[in-house]
Write a protein that binds this ligand. Structure first.
Ligand SMILES: Nc1ncnc2c1ncn2[C@@H]1O[C@H](COP(=O)(O)OP(=O)(O)OP(=O)(O)O)[C@@H](O)[C@H]1O
Length: 634
């Protein structure tokens, strides 16, 4: 099962791993430090084999004089024991300095990796946060979390080791190459023989493993999405007794992930022994050819010579060639994984929001708060929801919006703060197209309270203050009073300081709605949208809220979406939406006189079902079957 979090990039393709090195300048200093540590450490690591070979030839076999590069002969002890001590001294010093270089190397690369991850995490979050709401409704939360967390984390190994290992390999190959060439040129070529074979083998590995690593990232996204969904929906799982069903689905996702991993593991574990065999055969050939040289029988009569000590050095270094090659395999493997994870992060980073400030957007200037919908059409993806909606509202009025479920009422008003943009036509506030003003000013001017408001984990006070962060405690309390919530808040264990939201005190739907209302009252917006904002409170509390809101909403344009018609009865005007069209428009009394859809809704709610015309009941049944059919499809 493939996920979709990665299918949404629309920016130019960039190598997701390479850009980590080019785009994050602030961490580059640490990478440089790490690189110096790597190269210096590697050079110290080359010293022992050189010294051992020299000691064998000069101290034990006396085949050549004891000579060190860059060191004048007069500083070298004359006796063989003195030369042995010097060798030991050099070995120990090289080990010690190598350890210091290794510390610097690890520090540099680790800080580099951690800093980039930190910055990338923030950047990916900010980019994602700026994307339009539709992006989030199309993606599964768990999959998005997987990109922000797991995929960013998955870059760590490569960032810490990738470049350092590459440098280490380069320093080793160059350093050893130089020494080997100094010892015996033809034999060096023999040692290099396996390299083209290894390159071809590695290329084949990357071709096969790359898609498999991508599948792993996608499967972990799937698994996360499933887990997140189940934790959020635990109440339904329990009430429906669906535990075994869900365990089965989680097991299915876990099995997919396991299968994806095993498919990659099979390739990976074949690759590394393969590398060892190729380099091992290469080493055996070097040993054979070098041995023949020492025995005085150079193959094919090649020129040049080799002392036993030189052969020891050569063999140790040739053996060390295996390590860079195996490490190269690691680097390639880590790179492929980082590319798969980085690609998913990159697709978020390179995506630009479709709803954003226009190039010459200016702040919204609210005068009376007049709102116009000018022949508006809207579709979710390819599902058409609003058709030619056209109306104008005088500023300061309270407008009821009613209609059957799924008619498009919420969608209609989500176009006002640009949670979505109209596909055709325009939405205007005081004559300004909402697409021509800055999002910040637009959303500042509109207070939106939804049906199922979200409370963040934090205190009641913090939740009410959310968005108006500088409000005083007194202002918070005043807003809470107006939302008829003061009393229940006072009765909470710690009053305004009670922790609510996830892990906090659980509030009822009606209590959460009242806090959300308080949040909007505190925000003091010019236009208010109440989308079923009091649907979960009892009618008595709703009446209280309405009377205290009346004053607050008096000179502000207020939209009230409601199923309970008593909520909108006193509105200056009521818009009736049916199947994405504005079908009726007028005051409560006028609409009753019109005797259309609204009048029938009224009859339903006043219990006068007997008076409902037959067509209304048939139409209602038809609507229900459409809704039920939709649900089944889902
Ligand atoms: N994010 C979305 N993506 C795709 N389709 C959506 C989305 N939100 C709503 N819809 C669909 O658009 C149609 C209108 O939904 P909307 O929520 O606007 O109706 P509503 O009149 O407010 O309904 P209700 O009274 O039940 O809240 C419905 O068919 C719904 O399934």
């Amino acid at each position: 099962m493939a996920t979709d979090a990665h299918e949404t990039g629309d920016g130019p393709e960039r190598n997701p791993v390479w850009r980590l090195y080019t785009d994050y300048g602030e961490a580059r200093g640490y990478a440089l430090l790490g690189a110096v540590g790597t190269v210096v450490g590697r050079l110290f690591g080359l010293v022992p084999a050189f010294i051992v070979g020299l000691a064998v030839d000069a101290v034990f076999l006396a085949e050549r004089p004891y000579a060190l590069p860059l060191v004048p002969d007069r500083l070298i002890p004359a006796t063989d024991v003195g030369q042995l001590w010097l060798s030991i001294g050099i070995l120990l010093t090289a080990t010690l300095l190598g350890a210091v270089a290794s510390w610097i190397e690890d520090w540099g690369w680790s800080v580099f990796a951690q800093r980039i991850q930190r910055t990338l995490r923030i950047e990916a979050y900010e980019r994602m946060q700026d994307l339009e709401l539709a992006y989030f409704t199309r993606q599964r939360t768990g999959d998005l979390m997987s990109v922000l967390n797991n995929d960013v984390n998955a870059l760590e190994t490569f960032l810490e080791d990738g470049l350092s290992a590459t440098l280490w390999i380069a320093a080793t190959v160059l350093g050893i190459g130089a020494i080997l060439v100094g010892l015996n040129v033809p034999l060096t070529f023999v040692t290099l023989l396996p390299i083209p074979v290894l390159a071809a083998f590695t290329l084949a590995f990357t071709r096969i493993v790359e898609p498999r690593y991508l599948t792993i990232r996608e499967e972990i996204g799937d698994l996360n999405a499933r887990l997140e969904n189940n934790v959020s929906g635990i109440e339904v799982i329990k009430t429906e007794g669906a535990e075994r069903h869900e365990s089965g689905r989680v097991a299915e996702a876990a099995n997919e992930y396991l299968r994806a991993n095993l498919r990659a593991i099979r390739v990976r574990i074949t690759y590394f022994p393969g590398l060892n065999v190729i380099s091992g055969v290469g080493f055996a050939i070097t040993f054979l050819v070098g041995g023949l040289w020492v025995l005085g029988r150079p193959p094919l009569g090649l020129p040049g010579g080799l002392t036993p000590g030189g052969f020891v050095t050569f063999v140790i270094y040739a053996q060390q060639f295996i390590w860079p090659i195996v490490r190269l395999g690691d680097v390639v493997d880590d790179y492929e994984r980082a590319k798969a994870a980085g690609g998913r992060v990159e697709r978020v980073l390179s995506r630009s929001p479709t709803i954003r400030d226009g190039d010459d957007a200016s702040p919204l200037s609210v005068d009376s708060g007049a709102v116009t919908y000018d022949h508006v059409d809207f579709a979710y993806d390819d599902r058409s929801v609003l058709h030619d909606v056209d109306f104008s509202i005088t500023g300061g009025q309270t407008i009821g919006v009613v209609g059957p479920t799924g008619a498009g009422k919420s969608t209609l008003l989500k176009l006002l703060p640009r949670l979505y943009d109209a596909d055709a036509g325009a939405v205007r506030i005081d004559g300004q197209d909402v697409r021509d003003v800055t999002l910040r000013s637009l959303r500042r001017a509109i207070g939106y309270v939804g049906q199922d408001p979200f409370l963040f984990y934090g205190t009641v006070r913090e939740n009410v203050r959310y968005g108006t962060f500088d409000a005083s405690d007194a202002a918070v309390e005043e807003a809470v009073r107006r939302a008829q919530a003061h009393e229940f808040v006072e009765n909470l264990p710690d009053g305004y300081d009670t922790l609510v939201g996830e892990r906090g005190v659980r509030l009822s739907g009606g209590q959460r709605q009242r806090l959300a209302l308080a949040r909007t009252i505190l925000k003091d917006p010019a236009i208010i949208v109440l989308d079923e904002a009091t649907s979960a409170v009892d009618t008595e509390t709703e009446a209280l809220i309405q009377s205290s809101l009346a004053e607050f909403a008096a000179d502000r344009t207020t939209f009230v979406i409601a199923h309970r018609l008593s909520t909108v009865r006193r509105a200056d005007r009521i818009l009736v939406v049916d199947d994405g069209r504005l079908v009726e428009d007028g005051t409560h009394e006028a609409l009753l006189r019109e005797d259309g859809l609204y009048a029938n809704f009224w009859r339903v709610q006043t219990g006068d079902v007997a008076a409902l015309p037959r067509e209304f009941l048939e139409r209602a049944l038809e609507r229900q079957s459409v809704i039920l059919g939709d649900d089944e499809e889902r």
